[in-house]
Write a protein that binds this ligand. Structure first.
Ligand code: KIV
Length: 266
């Protein structure tokens, strides 16, 4: 079974690892067969499962329901679950809501933000709850950003992101996710922190990669982001199956052929 210690060892050894979003039992079982290292029950479920335009309508109960589906069905992957929008504004509500997700079967709680999350990260770490801090393009702040835009471009923005990453790791974060940041900056952050860093649209030099499952199966709704590859119709997926697509993603990330330059931002 993959644990945080496994991921730390992967980082030390330079072994690239995988993460996919997942929301239901059948896909979770296929991911277990394909040996996907970690699963994220992402609040992206608001868009790909519930049909909303953003992740904002997702509730803690929604997250707990889908987390329990996965925890029952995949006993091998490390399970990360998102605390949804505005469910961790105060420490007491963050603790209550993290408990719900951990009791539903999560191993790590993912939260979006920067150094302002320090106290929360420390409180959760001291209470037995590891956190993954999501930096860069944080979809819960879409209305602050004015759209889904690349983050960390320019010296000031890059410095802030690096400072935020170091601050949350110093506070006790166990993992980081970097979304849609220039590849060079993602590499610098990955090298600057001791914890494993998972990238999405962040180039090939992060320790792990994550994709939204529907995207990597070619089911994207609307514009396909540059960092997505369709592993279902990839000719190397000779079985033309969903399980084959997961296995090809696992193999491609491990061997370093995904992501390539065409998937990254500068
Ligand atoms: O909710 C989600 O799926 C995510 C990934 C995009 C990292 O946060």
């Amino acid at each position: 079974m993959t644990t945080l210690s496994t991921l730390k060892q992967f980082k030390k050894d330079g072994t690239k690892f995988t993460c996919l979003t997942c929301y239901d039992a059948m896909f979770a079982r296929m991911m277990e067969k394909a040996q996907i290292d970690t699963i994220l029950i992402g609040d992206s479920l608001g868009m790909v499962v519930q049909g909303h335009d953003s992740t904002l309508p997702v509730t803690v109960d929604d997250m707990a329901y889908h987390t329990a589906n996965i925890a029952r069905s995949n006993k091998q992957a490390l399970i990360l679950a998102d605390l949804p929008f505005m469910s961790y504004v105060t420490l007491p509500e963050a603790v209550t809501n993290s408990r719900k997700l951990m009791q539903a079967g999560a191993h790590v709680i993912k939260i979006e933000g920067g150094s302002e999350l320090g106290d929360l990260v420390t409180t959760l770490a001291q209470s037995g709850t590891p956190t993954c801090v999501h930096l860069g393009l944080t979809p819960q702040s879409v209305n602050v950003f004015g759209g889904y835009k690349i983050q960390g471009r320019g010296d000031a923005a890059a410095d802030k992101l690096l400072t935020d990453a170091k601050a949350v790791v110093a506070a006790g974060a166990a993992l980081l996710v970097l979304e849609c940041v220039p590849a060079e900056l993602a590499k610098a952050i990955t090298e600057a922190v001791a914890v494993p860093v998972i990238g999405i649209g962040a180039g090939a030099d992060t320790d792990g990669q994550v994709l939204v499952m529907h995207d990597m199966l070619g089911m994207a709704h609307g514009r396909v982001p540059r960092f997505v590859h369709d592993f279902l119709t990839d000719e190397r997926n000779q079985a033309h199956s969903v399980e084959g697509a997961f296995a090809l993603y696992q193999q491609s990330v491990r061997e370093g052929s995904f992501p390539s330059e065409q998937h990254q931002f500068s």
